[in-house]
Design a protein around this ligand. Sequence first.
Ligand code: IPM
Ligand code: MG
Length: 350
Amino acid sequence: MTDLLLLPGDGIGPEVTAQVRRIAEALAPDLAIAERLFGGCSYDAHGEPLTQAVLAEAKAAKAVLMGAVGGPKWAGAPRDKRPEAGLLALRAGMEVFANLRPALCFQPLADASSLKRELVEGLDFMIVRELTGGIYFGAPRFIEDLPGGGRRAVDTQVYTTPEIERVARVAFQLARGRRNLVHSAEKSNVMDSGLLWREVVTDLHAREFSDVRLEHILADNAAMQMVKNPKQFDVLVTDNLFGDILSDEAAQLTGSLGMLPSAALGAPGKPGLYEPIHGSAPDIAGQGIANPLAAILSFEMALRWSLDRADLADRLFAAVGRALDRGARTTDLGGALSTAQMGDAVLAQL
Ligand code: IPM
Ligand code: MG
């Protein structure tokens, strides 16, 4: 049985995932690791970005770690065969509805952020992004030709009570182990789905989590507060689309998009899906200069949340911190290390 299924994917995905593999083999030699095609490379080989066989293996593994998918090469592929469609099918197929995206600023990187040091030093908050619903999956969706010329495109934002409740529950539970504060972000001032979101979160809070502090915040204001005073946040729960946008913003607070890992979790006991939140970065792919830390920290989350090895996760986390303390920097962080050299720097600290 596979413990860790690696899906390196496209672009810089294989480069950063290779460093995860080196670290996993050194840190946890007993882990059974398998590697499969996924994304554009799977489309090239099999005509599908996610084959049924790979999905079945993902559901049977203990944890799945993905590198990145997509790139200009597949821009012309049919929309349901695009690498990104494979990623959405993987998330949906694994039923990983709660996406934990920690925005954590490592002390030595406080100057790498585009915000002032005092705003981001010690930053540690968690975005909980709903991952298997909302406008990413809502029907109908289409582009149609209009009789008078021009076209019309439709996407549908849709949420049900249970979908909102289960992701909000994860956020409240996490907050209890942290600073006990949840911000729930939506657009209840203009969207019906936002109204329902606010109602459901309010009810759940009253029923099960009245010991946790809850603040409702409009998503646009959350975006602004995140650059004004990011340390006010502890856990921020939001829908799929707002979570996508706000987590890129949060990543930059921590110094670089190359730093933010994520864990997508479903029902207890089901495998988690771990992904660096950066994309395939076609502009730097193949050069061996991508920052592997988001992928390495995603493996750290896998050790903690799916593989039941919190001890190893602690060691890995500390090793990343020490490597950064000693000045290890890839180019995105203003340094000159290659992807493999950053892997070396972490390995040296293990
Ligand atoms: C992310 C990415 C994906 C998303 C893309 C690659 C489909 O931006 O994980 O944040 O939009 O969810
Ligand atoms: Mg994104």
